[in-house]
Write a protein that binds this ligand. Structure first.
Ligand code: CMP
Length: 133
């Protein structure tokens, strides 16, 4: 099952997304699709709808729509689990050394990347991001 990696606005803005793509390729994922785009509010609210009751939801939507993201559809053996391991914990302070969020994350919100956490989430998120491609 393919999965989604989304490189978030602060990393794209700093010009560091190439470093993250290199890490992905060195870890034997294959890039099936890749796109740079800016979420509109509706699309972001759909993407993150499981968090809509959380107090951080408005701030999350403002942040994720603040600039371009780079999204990759990744394939590879056990891709969902392997990508989650490589990405690390949501909170960069709790992420294991060597993980993407440990290296590139700056706060629980600005945590560098998003990775789908289940086959259902991957299916939904890939459909939202790559609709029409
Ligand atoms: P992500 O893996 O993209 O999934 C949901 C996002 O919400 C998460 O990464 C963070 O960017 C953000 N998030 C999660 N928990 C919090 C929190 N406690 N405060 C602010 N933002 C959060």
């Amino acid at each position: 099952m393919n999965t989604l990696l989304m490189i978030k606005p602060e990393v794209v803005e700093k010009g560091l997304f190439g470093e993250i793509i290199s890490i992905i390729l060195r870890n034997r994922f294959t890039v099936a699709k890749m796109i740079m785009f800016t979420f509109d509010k509706k699309q972001a609210e759909r993407f993150y709808d499981i968090h809509k009751e959380r107090e951080f939801f408005p701030s999350l939507i403002e942040y994720i729509t603040s600039g371009p993201v780079v999204a990759l559809e990744l394939q590879g053996e056990d891709a969902i689990r392997r990508l989650r391991d490589l990405v690390g914990s949501t909170d960069p302070c709790k992420a294991a050394p060597g993980t993407i969020r440990y290296v590139y994350g700056s706060s629980i919100q600005a945590n560098a990347v998003h990775a789908s956490d289940s086959p259902e989430a991957a299916k939904k998120e890939l459909a939202i991001v790559f609709s029409g491609f």
